[in-house]
Design a protein around this ligand. Structure first.
Ligand SMILES: [Zn+2]
Length: 250
């Protein structure tokens, strides 16, 4: 079995034509090639054949499927396959997901913004829906020093929420039942974060793209441990909540 054209297209698109490990710019081997770009390799997470890195029995379709592939530069492909105990199936999946999130937030990231954003604790999909509905982009924050499982959990929660953001206009057009489904799915992510001891904070701010021609709302999502909440408090709240506004008027 070979990798389907559609799978390849998805892999390259979601990777932003960059190596998931070092983020070097890559070109397809069947393309002419940009100066300074390296040839990308569609690497198998679980090896294609017995004896290969991370090999285990797998359905042939799944083996060449999107979930089992990661786009890497030649150097990192060799390294990843030479050190399968360091680069496990789980760690490669996390690497891929983090990279795709990075590409996504980079593509949608604003070129300028207007200072700090007020974030509040998100308790359910009901809190999240008005923030993500019709948002132009997003920014993420997460704590340092996470375990692999914690990273996995947070990546998948943020991925689900931004996936709903991507299609929010369509979901709204489909009607209330679809909106409810989106909210329920996001509530499940908030609950699984809470179950692992994390809080999700969310806010929105206006941002500009491309020198200010396009402006729109950006969603700010921050995953935190409750004990890290304290240092986040803005100095303004200590001096009175209206301080920044008062400064603007003067
Ligand atoms: Zn690389």
């Amino acid at each position: 079995m070979a990798i389907k054209a559609e799978t390849r297209k998805r892999l390259w698109g979601r990777s932003g034509n960059r190596c998931a490990k070092c983020r070097a710019e890559l070109v397809r081997s069947d393309e002419g090639g940009l100066p300074g770009a390296m040839v990308g390799e569609e690497a198998h997470i679980i090896a294609r054949s017995p004896g290969g890195a991370r090999y285990e029995p797998l359905d042939p379709k799944a083996r060449d499927g999107y979930d089992n592939l990661i786009l890497l530069c030649a150097n990192d492909h060799s390294e990843v396959d030479a050190q399968p105990s360091r680069h496990t199936v789980a760690s490669l999946r996390t690497m891929k997901r983090r990279h795709e999130l990075w590409v996504k937030s980079r593509l949608h990231g604003p070129t300028s913004d207007n200072g700090p954003t007020l974030v509040t604790v998100m308790r359910s999909g009901n809190d999240l829906w008005p923030l993500i509905n019709r948002a132009f982009g997003w920014q993420f924050g997460m704590p340092e020093g996470l375990s692999e499982e914690e990273e996995d959990l947070i990546d998948s929660a943020l991925q689900t929420i931004t996936d709903w953001c991507d299609i929010s206009t369509d979901v709204e057009l489909q009607g209330l039942r679809s909106v409810r489904e989106a909210k329920r799915s996001m509530t499940a992510e908030v609950d699984s974060l809470a179950g692992a001891g994390f809080l999700l904070l969310g806010g929105q701010r206006q941002a500009a793209w491309g020198g200010g021609e396009v402006t729109g709302p950006v969603v700010v999502l921050e995953v935190m441990r409750p004990e890290d909440l304290e240092p986040l408090r803005l100095p303004a709240t200590e001096q009175g909540a209206s301080a920044p506004e008062a400064r603007d008027r003067s």
